[in-house]
Ligand binder design. Structure first.
Ligand SMILES: [Zn+2]
Length: 171
């Protein structure tokens, strides 16, 4: 359903978008492991924008905001203590790189960076740890809280994928 279908639906923000994720939990049904398995040739379909040594970055199909990325270790691990030192280091390197790239591309005025660990914390994809990187603009929160409506994502995911990967390739 297009975002405009939700634009007039008040209620809990983003709830309609997130059902598909909530059903994913095991490695067999893990969208991150699927994207890794598909390989670089499938990156456009999977919305992967960057592949590092042990970590990759993927666009969120159910974004909180335009440019919402997830930074993910290739390995299917669910807890911070299961992440290797080299993966921890690269996670922060890629988060840093993506904040730079998104800043150049979308000119956000801030970022939220965070992890939802476990179901009680609101993790949509459980079992495979991922860091959310959400660009923020002045007024986006106000818009949401004052109207109670889902924000329309201003740029299509395909177009964003094209622009971001082109930018990363030309570094
Ligand atoms: Zn996985």
């Amino acid at each position: 359903m297009p975002p405009s279908s939700y634009a007039t639906t008040p209620g809990i923000l983003w709830a309609p978008w997130r059902g598909a994720y909530l059903r994913q939990s095991s490695r067999r049904q893990c969208i991150f492991c699927d994207a890794v398995k598909r390989g670089p040739r499938g990156d456009r379909a999977s919305q992967v924008v960057y592949r590092g040594r042990e970590v990759f970055a993927i666009l969120n199909r159910y974004p909180y905001n335009n440019g919402h990325l997830m930074i993910v270790p290739y390995r299917h691990v669910g807890q911070l203590h299961q992440v290797r030192a080299s993966e921890h280091q690269e996670l922060w390197e890629v988060i840093t790189l993506m904040t730079e790239q998104l800043t150049g591309l979308l000119h956000p005025q801030g970022f939220n960076i965070g992890v939802n660990m476990g179901r009680a914390a609101g993790a949509g994809i459980r079992g495979h740890l991922h860091f959310h990187l959400v660009p923020r603009w002045f007024g986006d929160t106000n818009f949401i809280t004052t109207t109670g409506r889902t924000k329309v994502i201003s740029e299509s995911l395909k177009e964003l994928h094209r622009r971001l990967t082109a930018r990363l390739a030309s570094r």
